[in-house]
Write a protein that binds this ligand. Structure first.
Ligand SMILES: Nc1ncnc2c1ncn2[C@@H]1O[C@H](COP(=O)(O)OP(=O)(O)OP(=O)(O)O)[C@@H](O)[C@H]1O
Ligand SMILES: [Mg+2]
Length: 163
């Protein structure tokens, strides 16, 4: 049974450290949405710069919140995938037409009609950060069916046993 996370009121205590702690930043929540995490247990350790990977979560979850319908559900998943952990952030927003699925990762690109603040750098920077960690980032989406952004982070191989 996956844990269920509803966003705390602004000012509430953040949850303990871990990927889900990024879900709890009240600044990301301009409208009511439901957050659900489906993080595989046990989650494998990944070697990251937490501040920079925090920016990646901030942007992907921020985008998902911004493009969600009122009360829409946002799913966050993490699961092992042959030497990597794959993270997914899924929303029930308008989705991204195939012709824009690569372009949204370009510098300063925003889809026509995108309103609200933002300069179109978030996904470019996020992909650069993930790539610097040795991972990859992409999106699966069909217009009208929501978007699923994903990225992978390498699981470091264990050091050889001593002695
Ligand atoms: N979850 C999503 N659902 C629908 N469209 C999205 C989603 N995420 C991103 N987009 C589209 O991709 C564009 C680029 O996203 P990106 O995060 O790079 O920029 P931004 O959110 O507009 O601005 P910034 O992140 O720099 O504040 C967005 O402007 C929007 O058109
Ligand atoms: Mg953004």
């Amino acid at each position: 049974m996956p844990a269920r996370l509803l966003l705390p009121a602004p000012g509430a205590q953040p949850p303990p450290q871990g990927p889900v702690s990024w879900l709890a930043r009240p600044k990301l929540v301009p409208q009511p949405v439901e957050m659900v995490d489906q993080l595989a247990e046990p989650v494998l350790p990944v070697l990251v710069d937490p501040e920079r990977i925090g920016l990646v979560f901030d942007n992907l979850i921020g985008n998902a919140v911004r493009h969600s319908p009122k009360g829409g559900r946002i799913l966050v998943r993490a699961r092992p995938q042959s030497g990597f952990v794959r993270f997914e952030i899924e929303d029930q927003g308008p989705g991204i037409p195939p012709e824009y699925q690569q372009r949204i990762f370009e510098k300063f690109f925003r889809m026509p009609g995108t309103k609200g603040e933002g300069i179109g750098l978030g996904l470019y920077i996020s992909r650069e950060i993930v790539s610097a960690h040795g991972g990859q980032m992409g999106v699966d989406s069909e217009p009208g069916q929501g978007s699923r952004f994903w990225f992978t982070l390498r699981v470091p191989s264990l050091p050889p046993p001593r002695g």
